[in-house]
Design a protein around this ligand. Structure first.
Ligand code: ASP
Length: 355
């Protein structure tokens, strides 16, 4: 494992990690990178050269959008040859969306892109920001004897864990342990030593270049089922002419109420080229539409299984595929496959494949 000489680009977008309290309102607001650097003098002891790219106006991650994701892809692409790895400082609220989007937009990624942030601002006494920042930079700088990255993936580092970005979900608004991957093992634990779980880490083709993608189609809707859901409200949403994809958050293993109107609306939507992807409202587990009749009827209406995908991954994957392809059959086929490690299909679930 080597770390010396390697260069890391630290991209500061904003988030709690770099925030300070507004003396008039008492609310936290983003500050520039100098504030962050002044509070982490330890950065100079890291055995890697660190360059900084700062957003002119750091943002709360609630304001992140596809334009910002394209900007991040551009920064990484333009600096790809110069750096061993990239660390993105980002608010935690939408970090899992950004990580998921980047995992699709940076095709055949051969270097680490590690997103991190904190629950407490870096200037506060008990901040979790210092450890998250320092460890992320160390991880991004690591290469093996052949100069290859140890974690060539878009990941989230938080509270001692390296997580695959497109499997991660923000699980806690208060605790330092803010993220986890409920349907995928951790990629690495950072305790006294780093313990890498290499067999869970993606292996890109190191002989091929990384291919950046900048376009996304955000005409997607996330729609959660609940008992008592009303036809007129759902119809207004589904009938929107711009709509391209629906992430349907169903019950349990992919079940929905047996209301004829609901199945009819979903069938009409799939017929006009809208992809409806079935994701469970459960925090862990997977969709298996053949298990109950209440799931089978969705499959029969043309709904695609999202398997064990997170909502964040399914949403950004639809945005990515609708920007890249016009062919709906190609989009539906790729929604059913793992393109960046975002879903696991075990043998018993292969029967869920599109026929
Ligand atoms: N609201 C903040 C953000 O997402 C929260 C955080 O950084 O933890 O930017």
């Amino acid at each position: 494992m080597s770390q010396k000489e390697n260069k890391v680009l630290l991209i500061y977008t904003g988030g709690t990690i770099g925030m300070g309290r507004n003396p008039f309102t008492g609310a936290l607001e983003p500050l520039d990178f100098n504030h962050l650097r002044d509070n982490v003098p330890e950065m100079k002891y890291i055995k890697a050269t660190i360059d900084i790219y700062q957003f002119e106006q750091p943002i709360d991650s609630s304001d992140i959008d596809p334009t910002t994701w394209a900007r991040l892809v551009k920064i990484i692409n333009e600096n790809y040859q110069t750096y061993a790895g990239f660390v993105i400082l980002h608010g935690t609220d939408t970090m899992a969306y950004t990580a998921s989007a980047l995992s699709f937009m940076l095709e055949n990624l051969t270097k680490p892109v590690i997103l991190t942030g904190s629950q407490l601002p870096i200037g506060q006494l008990r901040t979790d920001g210092k450890e998250n920042l320092v460890t992320s930079i160390e991880l991004a700088s690591l290469t093996d004897d052949r100069g290859r990255a140890l974690i060539p993936e878009v990941c989230i580092y938080f509270s001692g864990k390296v997580l695959r970005g497109n499997r991660a979900t923000k699980q806690n608004a208060d605790e330092f342990n803010a993220f986890d991957t409920f349907n995928y093992p951790h990629l690495c634990e950072a305790g006294v030593n780093f313990t890498f779980h290499s067999h869970h880490i993606l292996t890109p083709d190191f002989s091929k270049p990384m291919t950046p993608h900048f376009d996304l189609n955000p005409n997607i809707m996330v729609f959660s089922l609940f008992p008592g859901i009303q036809e007129n409200v759902v119809r207004q949403l589904i009938d929107a002419p711009e709509l391209k994809g629906i992430v349907l958050r169903s019950y349990g293993s992919g079940n929905a109420p047996q209301q004829p109107w609901l199945i009819r609306l979903l069938r009409e939507a799939t017929k006009r080229g809208v992809s409806v992807v079935n994701i469970s409202q459960c925090i862990s587990g997977r969709v298996e539409m053949g298990r109950y009749n209440t799931g089978y009827q969705l499959k029969d209406a043309g709904v695609i299984s999202g398997y064990d995908s997170t909502v964040e991954a399914a949403t950004t994957k639809l945005m990515y595929l609708y920007a890249k392809y016009d062919d709906i059959n190609m989009i539906r086929k790729l929604m059913n496959e793992s393109i960046a490690g975002e879903i696991s299909k075990t043998v018993e679930y292969l029967s869920e494949d599109l026929q």
